[in-house]
Design a protein around this ligand. Structure first.
Ligand SMILES: N[C@@H](CCC(=O)N[C@@H](CS)C(=O)NCC(=O)O)C(=O)O
Length: 200
């Protein structure tokens, strides 16, 4: 089984952290690529051309981070997707907020990078920041739900917060969100987070 990732991708980091947390990382090969360079053959693995992608031993490749995380959970020794019930919906709601933060942050960064004439739209960027900050506020108000055994919700939230620190370090999210900041300070020390620290 091989996980194709990029060192800076928060989506791929979710899969890498999930693999470690659920114990599906033993024997998991890792291949770092730069998806924007469209490496030869990668679109045969993921026609959409994005990381992460997972080459399986028991079927065709999987792509899209949440699907890969769920597959890894099924392969692992420790379940990080709770069974259907309140704990599962809490975790998946956390994933939705975290993905919202990542989607908006990545879109904002792309907006700044892919205009030939540097004409990034302020309206678009402001809208992404608004989504990020509203989602962070929701996570702050529900921070007690992040306590307890590791779930995919915690994995996704920690990758989203770490991506903000990585790419948007000049925008303070902590001061107004002390409970979320305290939770993240502890989760960020987990070996799974340290081992997957992003590289530009
Ligand atoms: N919804 C996808 C998003 C993956 C994604 O956008 N990955 C970025 C890296 S952060 C990528 O590979 N971008 C290359 C491209 O858009 O062509 C997921 O959750 O896996």
């Amino acid at each position: 089984m091989k996980l194709i990732y990029s060192t800076a991708s928060p989506y791929a980091r979710k899969a890498r952290v999930a693999a470690i947390e659920c114990g599906a990382n033993a024997g998991l090969e890792l291949e770092a690529i730069l998806p924007w360079e469209d490496p030869a053959g990668f679109r045969d693995v993921n026609p959409v051309g994005k990381v992460p992608a997972l080459v399986r031993d028991d079927g065709p490749p999987l792509y899209q981070s949440n699907i890969i995380c769920e597959y890894l959970d099924a392969q692992g020794k420790i379940r990080i997707y709770p069974d259907p019930g309140p704990a599962r919906w809490t975790a998946l709601r956390q994933v939705a907020a975290a993905d919202g933060i990542i989607d908006a942050s990545v879109a904002e960064r792309m907006e700044g990078m892919f205009h030939d004439d540097n004409a990034a739209s302020k309206i678009f960027i402001d809208r992404q920041e608004h989504s990020v900050h509203m989602s962070l506020d929701q996570l702050e108000s529900e921070a007690s739900g992040l306590d307890g055994p590791v779930t995919i919700g915690q994995v996704a939230v920690s990758c989203a917060l770490a991506y903000r620190d990585f790419r948007f370090a000049d925008i303070d999210w902590r001061t107004a969100r002390p409970a979320l900041a305290a939770w993240f300070a502890t989760f960020a020390q987990r070996p799974s987070m340290i081992e997957t620290a992003p590289q530009a």
